[in-house]
Write a protein that binds this ligand. Structure first.
Ligand code: C5P
Length: 253
């Protein structure tokens, strides 16, 4: 068996060269990190859940006409995606206040935003992904004004799709982060939703109880992260209702 070429290892995923030119294999690890990797753990089964959930969201987005890098899921931990050049921004959409906006502006968590708010952070771990404005983005050439218009339109379409999907299973989409990729086709470039969409990159609260079903469970030590992600997967029908994705060997007497 030939060893495949590793292209990049991130905090939660490893990228390998894909079987065809212009393709990449995304491997979902079980590693969880928070606060710019100051807090770390290995959460058994997280990679499997995020792979399945990201496939589900990306496929659904594709079906409603939102372009993504997703091609197909290969196995429990890997998916094949189109290679793209990642725009060095984390694009965040907020429907309710939580996390950094609550801290920064003193808004109580759970407060509804007057309208979905789009924010950008410059992707740089060493700097802790600082919040930037469109002015910085244009001036430093991270994306053009036309790109920014397309990025906002993409982010809001993802928000509409995900909010509706989640509402249908009793979950509030509080906020989420996406990454955007450029794919070159001849003289043209297309912007697509890249990376992953999973409970690692969204805030998801049960509408009835307010229970957190996302990475805040890990960030804030609120219980089992796999239980939370499994609950999301079960509600969406991504996992059979009884399935336990990380079942341990059971002693049978
Ligand atoms: O931390 P903050 O409140 O700005 O996060 C907003 C949203 O973006 C959350 O859903 C969080 O999970 C996501 N996020 C992310 N990766 C980052 C920063 C934020 O997925 N590096």
């Amino acid at each position: 068996m030939t060893r495949r070429k590793k292209i990049y290892e991130g905090k939660a995923k490893t990228l390998y060269e894909g079987p065809e030119p212009g393709t990449i294999v995304q491997y979902f690890k079980d590693d969880a990190t928070a606060f710019n990797a100051e807090k770390k753990d290995v959460i058994e089964g997280k990679g499997v859940l995020n792979n399945m959930l990201s496939e589900y969201f990306m496929t659904g987005l594709g079906a409603v006409g939102v372009p993504t890098h997703f091609i197909k899921r290969l196995n429990m931990r890997e998916q094949l995606v189109r290679a793209c050049e990642i725009v060095p921004l984390e694009v965040i959409v907020r429907n309710y206040a939580a996390g950094s906006i609550s801290k920064r502006l003193g808004i109580e968590e759970g407060t509804a935003m007057p309208r979905p708010i789009v924010e950008y952070c410059y992707k740089d771990d060493a700097l802790g992904d600082p919040l930037v404005t469109e002015e910085h983005i244009a001036a430093f050439g991270w994306a053009s004004q036309q790109d920014m218009d397309d990025i906002v339109a993409l982010a809001l379409r993802v928000n509409d799709y995900l909010s509706g999907l989640m509402y249908g299973v009793g979950i509030r989409l509080v906020d989420f982060k996406i990454e955007i990729g450029r794919i070159y086709e001849g003289d043209f470039q297309r912007l697509v939703v890249a990376d992953e969409i999973s409970p690692d990159s969204c805030r998801l609260w049960d509408i009835e109880t307010g229970q957190k079903l996302d990475k805040d469970v890990f960030r804030r030590d609120l219980g089992s992260l796999t239980d939370a992600y499994t609950e999301v997967a079960k509600r969406l029908g991504v996992m059979p209702k009884q399935a336990n994705p990380v079942s341990k060997p059971t002693l049978i007497n």
